[in-house]
Design a protein around this ligand. Structure first.
Ligand code: FPP
Length: 256
């Protein structure tokens, strides 16, 4: 990764006057299409995941370069356990490999790693490597990289409801005080900026149990591009779409 440049596209010409261009603070991506990318080339699925991991590196770099504050990536859903044991091993192996290879770069470039989802399911070795990476990057501020691992949005919301119900049963809080803010504070994304832009690649038009609560006011962008082909230009173009939609609809509150 390169040193921090001024955010790209932070200003633009609009009606002759220099006006700030809307940069999403928080971008999330459902990275889909690795398998089809490999299939189109007559390659094994793992080759698609390897190319997908390279696209992850590019997306992190792009997010940092454009001044995005948080990038959340759906790396492994709770439904992904239905895949073959071989493919799961390939995916976790790739994660371990990239974590080791990229950690120094993430730390150097000011990227803070955060995890959401029940990543303990990946076993003690990967779990402790992930937690070490989180600790090592904890003080970084340029970009928060959130990796969703064994994540499911309904499970996340159910866990928040359980915690609040427990507290109410113990008399620690009043059940009537459970509002949107109280639930949001129990979600694993608490403390991150509101989700502004959610991208899904590969032509599928659904959320697949990803950030259901957080996406309430987000712009949704569904692209035909297969994830391994998602490059710097695709990232910049997604930001252009976001800026154009922001200009058309005005404030996010008004669009609700
Ligand atoms: C979807 O492709 C993608 C995934 C299941 C996971 C994403 C994983 C990576 C990008 C690689 C490693 C990750 C990191 C964080 C280094 P798919 O297999 O569902 O594609 P298909 O729908 O075409 O079969």
């Amino acid at each position: 990764m390169k040193p921090a440049p001024a955010p790209k596209g932070a200003t633009g010409l609009d009606g002759g006057a220099e006006v700030p261009r809307a940069i999403p603070k928080h971008v999330a991506i459902i990275m889909d299409g690795n398998g089809r990318w490999a299939q189109q080339r007559g390659l094994p699925r793992v080759a698609g995941h390897k190319a997908g991991a390279e696209a992850v590196r590019r997306a992190i770099q792009s997010a940092a370069d454009h001044g995005v504050e948080a990038l959340t990536l759906y790396a492994f859903s709770s439904e992904n356990w239905r895949r073959s044991a071989e493919e799961i091993a390939d995916l976790t192996g790739l994660m371990r490999f990239y974590l080791e290879r990229e950690l120094a770069t993430l730390a150097k470039e000011g990227v803070r790693l955060k995890l959401i989802g029940d990543y303990s399911a990946f076993g003690p070795d990967l779990m402790s490597r992930l937690e070490r990476a989180v600790e090592r990057t904890a003080d970084n501020r340029r970009l928060t990289l959130v990796i969703a691992l064994n994540y499911g949005s309904r499970a996340e919301i159910a866990a928040a409801a359980r915690t609040l119900a427990d507290r109410a049963a113990k008399g620690e809080i009043d059940a009537q005080a459970v509002d949107e803010e109280a639930i949001a504070a129990e979600l694993q994304t608490h403390g991150l900026p509101d989700l502004d832009l959610l991208i899904r690649t590969s032509g599928e038009v659904r959320l697949s149990n990803f950030l259901l609560w957080q996406a309430a006011y987000a712009e949704l962008l569904f692209l035909d591009t297969l994830w391994p082909d998602f490059d710097e230009q695709a990232f910049a173009s997604a930001l252009e779409h976001f800026a154009a939609r922001e200009r058309r609809f005005g404030g996010r509150g008004a669009a609700a």
